[in-house]
Design a binder for this molecule. Structure first.
Ligand code: KIV
Ligand code: ZN
Length: 455
């Protein structure tokens, strides 16, 4: 039986970018949007066009150049915002205007200073106006989870009648519990006329660490779109993490039998690219993409891993694109291995650019023997910013290289060989019904190939 398809709506460039220290310029947003496209998300919320000229330009440029996914722009429920969003989105192959208005009494009374009746009318009017410009309209009743349920149903019904095609239910302050959030979805499906004609969406913040659990509870009660961000960045404690939601569905299809089109082998590079752009590092124990997510230090664990990775890993590092620790980058490494590692870190280069990076890499490797990802990223930065140097860029700026990572590289091939008949869980389920994901480093690193690449 076909599994229901979940639309992955990425808001890293909007809600994520609103979090402290995570703002990005136009070029950076464009680069990340291209990576999100590669990752396979369905919707990219590219920004909030009325917020600044930079955000407007970012939405406009992403709309013009990223053509596969839907490109969404955020707007408050007023004519000026909606018009500005539409102006930025017009060039998109698949534009979406995302209108929001708070509906909880707390927000109405203290923030907006309007009555419920005014709120209802404003929401209806804004959606009607947006619909006159664009077919694809999303509406979000901000602070939905603290809104009187009967009033929430009234607003949702009104915006559907006015033309909304997606109704998003934000847990704006991360207050909800999974059961409550799921029940709210069920109530909306039972009580709101026309709800079966639209997509219901989750949008959960992580103030109590429940954003992913709440999103999944929403999906179990009929939501078919999840809003999330890379590395879970977002206002305050962040949004639901995209990589966690996707991998829950992939590793536990027995409990969450849903499909996404996300190519999970690009999760790590997306996470690294975001960390590199924002300079906000990924927490080491972050699920899926943290530095320690596949590291094993305790003797008992190492022993188990060497006998069979199934003992302590529920998915392969390759299935999420984490580089295999067997591939050590040193002065004997070739261009092919270097290009692959750059790609895993979110950078793809033309042959000529790679030549320059390789030239500096060899100089650096000669000095420090083992080149870590952080060294490589610094070197890439230097090359990209045009820092002229005869040697390795970072070294020429007197920067100190961080010490090598402390984790023990496990010989995965030997470990896997301990019982090669036991397929790994993530390899069994594969991605979106496709073949299991793995990156065969040995195939990429033969001496013959390096020779052909001119090393
Ligand atoms: O958290 C929230 O309520 C939002 C809305 C604008 C969707 O980000
Ligand atoms: Zn939000």
């Amino acid at each position: 039986m076909d599994r229901p398809r979940i639309t992955v709506f990425d808001t890293t460039l909007r809600d994520g970018e609103q979090s402290p220290g995570c703002s990005m310029n136009v070029e950076e947003k464009l680069r990340l949007a291209q990576q999100l496209d590669r990752l396979g998300v369905d919707v990219i919320e590219a920004g909030f066009p009325i917020a600044s000229d930079g955000d407007f330009e970012a939405v406009q440029r992403i709309a013009a150049s990223v053509r596969r996914p839907v490109i969404a722009g955020l707007a408050r429920a007023c004519t000026g915002d909606v018009n500005r969003a539409w102006q930025a989105l017009q060039g998109a192959a698949r534009p979406r205007i995302h209108v929001f208005l708070a509906t909880s009494d707390i927000h109405l009374k203290y923030k907006l200073r309007i009555t419920r009746e005014q709120c209802l009318e404003q929401a209806r009017e804004a959606v009607r106006h947006a619909k006159s410009l664009c077919v694809d309209i999303e509406f979000s009743p901000e602070d939905a989870t603290r809104t009187d349920v009967a009033f929430l149903c009234q607003v949702v019904e009104a915006v559907i009648a006015a033309g909304a095609t997606t109704v998003n239910i934000p847990d704006t302050v991360g207050y909800s519990m999974p059961e409550e959030y799921g029940n709210l979805m069920r109530t909306l499906r039972e009580k709101v006329a026309g709800i079966d004609k639209v997509t219901i969406s989750t949008h959960c913040h992580n103030d109590l660490g429940l954003a992913v659990a709440n999103s999944l509870a929403g999906v179990q009660q009929g939501a078919r779109q999840v809003e999330c961000t890379i590395n879970g960045i977002g206002e305050r404690a962040g949004n639901a993490s995209l990589e966690e939601i996707v991998m829950v569905m992939r590793v536990r299809p027995d409990r969450y039998p849903y499909e996404t089109t996300v190519a999970s082998e690009h999760l790590y590079s997306s996470s690294q690219m975001l960390a590199e752009i924002t300079r906000v590092p990924v927490q080491p124990n972050k699920a899926i993409t943290g530095r320690n997510a596949f590291a094993h230090e305790a003797g008992i664990h190492q022993d188990g891993m060497l006998k069979n990775p199934l003992t302590y890993e529920i998915m392969t590092p390759q299935s999420v694109g984490v580089p295999d620790s067997r591939l050590v980058l040193g002065k004997h490494s070739g261009r092919h291995a270097l290009a692959l590692r750059c790609e895993q870190l979110g950078h793809q280069f033309e042959r000529r650019e790679l030549d320059e990076i390789y030239r500096r890499f060899v100089v650096l490797a000669d000095r420090i023997k083992k080149v870590q990802d952080s060294h490589l990223l610094e070197l890439i930065h230097d090359v990209a910013s045009g820092n002229a140097s005869k040697g390795d860029g970072a070294a020429s700026h007197g920067k100190k290289f961080p010490p090598a990572a402390a984790s023990l590289p496990l010989p995965r091939a030997a470990a896997a060989g301990a019982n090669s008949n036991d397929a790994h869980p993530a390899q069994v389920s594969g991605s979106a019904g496709q073949a299991p994901v793995s990156i065969p480093f040995t195939d990429h690193h033969s001496e013959q190939e390096d020779y052909l690449w001119g090393v």
